[in-house]
Design a protein around this ligand. Structure first.
Ligand code: RIB
Length: 294
């Protein structure tokens, strides 16, 4: 068990999931094969993954007046929700997810996730100190403020750069300790025009020589990069039904294992096994396995 407390400050969404015959084209109307509403959001998924990997985690974030369902859901998996704010003036965030042949397309509406302000950040961070870890993704507002304040406290900052967009370059990235990215996010972050994985890794190394970087590359496994250190882990090959939350599972299980002082290779292996199970189930948080299943 790690003594460091983990604060996962991130998004919570209702995921509206539509199974499709094919991804809807411009000007096309098509009926879905099925519909279900799940709990999701990269922040919530990663908190659940950390908890299912056996780590204590606090989830901070913001939901609308209907947010009690999220609190109950997180509590069911032993995620602490003391710092989750219910905001009657906002709608809970949501995602529209099309699933087709194991792949997905996601439209996000931030809602309450985009109403996180400096006041909330100050209140939450007042409960944490320099031994603690902050995990963030790119689905909430005021990330620059959060990164700056957590860094000033001496917290160790892990940034899963998802989704990658131009806003990321306005954040104080020099204050992040670890990046977790897939190959698309990595290329965007490193401003690398090539899609060759070797070139992406070299560019990441030269752009962020003093950062820890965890890079997932689908069927080609994952890498840990830190200066000249490069560790590779193969992927576990399975048939994917729904890849939603595979990256979130990887992030949660890697971090849980790494912070429990297991070696990087063991942490990558655990994360690869966990996400290979997630892709074999439908939905986001609900498809994340329990440590006992691994
Ligand atoms: O990573 C998957 C998640 O991305 C979904 O649960 C959806 O809510 C979006 O945030």
């Amino acid at each position: 068990m790690t003594d460091r407390r983990i604060l996962s400050f991130g998004s919570l969404n209702y995921d509206h999931v539509y199974e499709m015959d094919h991804f809807t084209e411009p000007k096309e109307t098509q009926s879905s094969l099925s519909y279900i509403r799940n709990f999701g959001g990269k922040g919530l998924n990663q908190s659940i993954a950390l908890a299912k990997a056996g780590t204590a985690v606090f989830h901070a974030g913001r939901v609308g007046s209907d947010g009690q369902d999220f609190i109950d859901y997180l509590n069911r998996y032993n995620v602490a929700t003391d710092y989750l704010l219910k905001d009657n003036n906002q709608a809970t965030g949501h995602a529209i997810i099309e699933i087709c042949k194991g792949q997905n397309r996601i439209i996000l509406h931030g809602g309450a996730n985009q109403a996180i302000d400096e006041k909330q950040i100050d209140e939450v961070l007042s409960h944490f100190n320099n031994d603690d870890v902050l995990l963030i993704q790119n689905e909430i507002s005021n990330l620059s403020c959060l990164i700056n304040k957590a860094h000033n406290k001496g917290m160790y900052i892990v940034f899963n750069v998802a989704p990658m967009n131009e806003k990321v370059f306005s954040y104080p990235l020099d204050k992040v300790d670890m990046f977790i990215v897939n190959e698309i996010e990595a290329a965007g972050l490193a401003k690398c025009l090539s899609n060759e994985i070797e070139t992406i890794i070299e560019t990441l190394k030269s752009e962020f020589p003093d950062k820890e970087i965890v890079l997932t590359v689908g069927e080609n496994g994952s890498y840990y990069i830190c200066g000249e250190e490069l560790i590779h882990q193969d992927a576990y090959m399975v048939e994917a039904i729904d890849t939603t939350a595979a990256g979130d599972t990887f992030t949660g299980f890697f971090l849980a294992s790494y912070l429990q002082n297991h070696c990087v290779k063991a942490a990558l292996d655990l994360a690869a096994r966990a996400s290979s199970i997630t892709v074999q189930g439908k939905g986001a948080a609900q498809s994340i396995p329990d440590i006992a299943q691994l």
